[in-house]
Design a binder for this molecule. Structure first.
Ligand code: GLU
Length: 418
């Protein structure tokens, strides 16, 4: 990862790019480039050995014009205030492109969770939940999972919030376990939209995804589910990786078996189906039809983009391509399905979870998946329509043109206060 590219600057340049195609005043665009507010807090938490440790955590509430702030909470040693701000901005445009009535937010704790016991992680999570409690709520700000957080953390946050507020409010957070009010299909949703969006992109090119070879960078929830589901569409997954490295077999790998190997050994490296070991950078430049970056920001820099061979990239991660990388890919006519659409399945099914929580009425998995499919396909169509109508260079620009306009419309109809 090239850490010298600041993701918040990437977000702002993406907005500036799209703004040139919109009839929106600079003053309004300026508003759309900055979070409304950012909470920065220091958590003092007791470790298992009785000592205290301090953790810095953030929650950025980027934009609430279209509804309550919405977005995940990540646990990672490289979390920064600017990263959280960028991610909260991407959430704003993500909820807008899929047209669900939510705004954008994001949180993070600077922590490597591997270094802590489960009881320590519970205390850290509950300490953050206590700080968040005055700022969140089903009509205010609704957190969710992100990198290194999942159902377990969401259950703890829900319980802390409900205990402190002396209420029952499952819709305060999404991505929960089914028994805590979670939704069917939520765990798979990010990977599902990533491959539905990729399938639509192949169709747009007059091709069938079933004939595609695929490389997946990152084998966490988004990456491995994408691999599994694209395989179910008939495509051939030839390479997968995680932070320790990757494996490649031009004849194909079994996505589920690779996940089992990672569960057993901690990594996909050494997975026996792999003919060759590859680094993450090598994986990104393999001669495949579809590339799915599913790790962190800035994976595809200008230099790597120059060597990318894929025809289509579907961004399961948030911000995996730097703006300079994007420009190189546009020159090469590589189709990039942008993160704000490709991985929007996660937040879309979070929205379904929130709706079900508020109605206390739960849907079956088939209903969830059908409604998700419909939203992603409709959003893809809105994107390609804008791409053609404005004669844009990239799908990313098209996604921002559509989503910025939606946020602007909500803002302008409401007016400013005071
Ligand atoms: N963290 C996920 C994302 O980046 C999901 C957010 C949510 O479900 O609110 O889209």
């Amino acid at each position: 990862m090239s850490s010298d590219v600041n993701p918040f600057e990437s977000l702002q340049s993406q907005i500036d790019d799209a703004a040139t195609h919109l009839d929106v005043g600079e003053d309004v665009i300026e508003r759309l480039k900055h979070p409304e507010r950012v909470l920065e807090t220091n958590l003092t938490v007791e470790m298992d050995d009785g000592t205290l440790e301090r953790f810095t955590a953030f929650r950025s509430q980027f934009n609430g014009d279209r509804g309550p702030y919405k977005g995940g909470i990540r646990y990672h040693p490289n979390v920064t205030r600017d990263e959280v701000k960028a991610l909260s901005g991407w959430m704003t445009y993500k909820t807008a492109i899929v047209d669900i009535p939510l705004g954008g937010g994001k949180g993070g704790i600077i922590i490597d969770p591997d270094g802590y016991s489960e009881t320590e992680l519970e205390r850290i999570t509950r300490a953050f939940a206590k700080e968040l409690t005055p700022f969140i709520g089903e009509d205010k700000d609704i957190p969710a999972p992100d990198v290194n957080t999942g159902q377990r953390e969401m259950n703890w946050i829900k319980d802390t919030y409900e205990t402190l507020e002396n209420t029952t409010e499952p819709g305060v957070i999404t991505g929960k376990d089914l028994d805590s009010g979670g939704s069917e299909g939520r765990v798979e949703a990010t990977g599902r939209s990533t491959v539905i969006a990729a399938r639509e992109a192949f169709e747009y090119l007059g091709r069938d995804i079933a004939d595609a070879t695929v490389a997946v960078q990152g084998y966490g929830n988004a990456g491995w589910i994408s691999a599994k589901l694209v395989e179910e569409m008939g495509a051939t997954v030839v390479a997968v990786s995680d932070s320790s490295g990757g494996v490649y077999n031009p004849d194909g790998l079994d996505a589920v078996a690779a996940k089992n190997h990672k569960n057993e050994t901690g990594s996909v490296v050494g997975f026996p189906d792999g003919e060759e070991e590859v680094t993450n950078d090598e994986l990104l430049t393999l001669d495949v039809d579809l590339l799915i970056p599913a790790a962190l920001e800035n994976a595809i820099t200008e230099e790597i983009a120059a060597d990318v061979n894929a025809d289509v990239i579907s961004e399961a991660a948030n911000g995996p391509i730097t703006p300079a990388g994007d420009a190189v890919l546009a020159e090469k006519d590589t189709i990039v399905v942008p993160d704000i659409l490709a991985n929007a399945g996660g937040v879309t099914v979070s929205y379904f979870e929130w709706v079900q929580n508020r109605q206390r009425f739960y849907w079956d998995e088939e209903t969830v998946n059908e409604r998700l499919e419909e939203i992603i396909v409709d959003s893809f169509d809105a994107l390609t329509e804008a791409y053609e109508e404005h004669d844009l260079d990239t799908f990313r620009e098209a996604a921002y043109v559509v989503s910025i306009q939606r946020v602007v419309d909500a803002f302008e109809q409401a007016g400013t206060f005071p």
